[in-house]
Design a protein around this ligand. Sequence first.
Ligand code: HEC
Ligand SMILES: [Cu+2]
Length: 340
Amino acid sequence: MTAALSLVASHVLAQAKVLDPGRHHVLHPAAPQAGHIEWLYWFIFWILFAVFVLMIAAFAGAGAKARVVASGPLPIVEKDEEADHRAGWAVGSAMAITVATLFVVLVLSVVTGKRVEGLTSKNPVTIQVTGHQWWWEVSYPNSQADQTVTTANEIHVPVGSPIVILTNSKDVIHSFWAPNVTGKRDLLPGYSSAFWFEIDQPGIYHGQCAEFCGLQHAHMGFSIIAESVDEFQAWQQQQLKNAAEPSTSEAIRGREVFLTHACLMCHTIRGTDAGSRFGPDLTHVASRNMIASETLPNTAGALAGWIVDPQRIKPGTQMSPNPLSPDDLQAVVAYLQALH
Ligand code: HEC
Ligand SMILES: [Cu+2]
């Protein structure tokens, strides 16, 4: 029994390691922008901590005094002008200190906001992020249309380079939040805005939609994959290629299935007849770690389960169920898994 349990546990751990959900922590900044926010966090934390200690001390002092009084004979209350005066001063100065502290916090919040937004550059990596219910469309615009990379939910960026994210939304308000990188940014339908960051440590940083956007809001994760400039460029070159030609007979059949079923009405696979932008671009779907906005690992089993019945995995998702025969399903999965 314990052996079986530990086997299950080690299996789960091994899986967890493969999936690497990425880091997701406000207090472990990987970019100067998140560093400024962390600094403000600790500043406010220590002020509140000091206020907490002072309040508890004041209550404890008052409590001790009250007990001494209660155990003796009832005091005769006399008017004590001097004590009233002292109390007035104490309350007045406490209020003044409170207002001054709040003012300092206000000023520092504004300064932090300015510092987070301070980055600009003539030569940034520009990434367009469009929110959808419930996934993230990611593209790297280029003046030549055939040089534009389009992917979903996984944002590759070079370390140490200024990045500008242009935001938009197809439907409702979403919010882009990768706490190790920078603060939350709303994605508003029909309204484009921009924000900047620069990551200084390579790694995978997990992000999450931070504005309730409907039923599957919690299944709207993404990741920022920060890598060296060389790795980033290699990734970009690979993504620019058209879809790989299927090489096995099963994958060839899978492409046939894809192009003769509803899939092509919603997805693009560059180099084939499928050119719809309704759902994620699948040209290089096999290069991604996860599918369905970080809901499932990108494995054969998960792909098959997703394709047959996405509504069971993400109820309300805009992908319709595809009751394929087992052979067709196996073939289409083999095809997708070859799209590196
Ligand atoms: C009605 C439109 C529609 C049809 C038809 C459709 N899809 Fe999708 N598909 C979507 C949408 C929208 C998503 C994103 C869903 C999400 O993450 O919430 C998606 C996601 C996916 C993903 C995950 C991609 C990723 O990177 O997360 C795969 C794989 C996929 N579809 C394959 C297929 C295949 C294969 C077919 C045909 C058998 C198909 N789809 C038919 C709309 C569609
Ligand atoms: Cu959301």
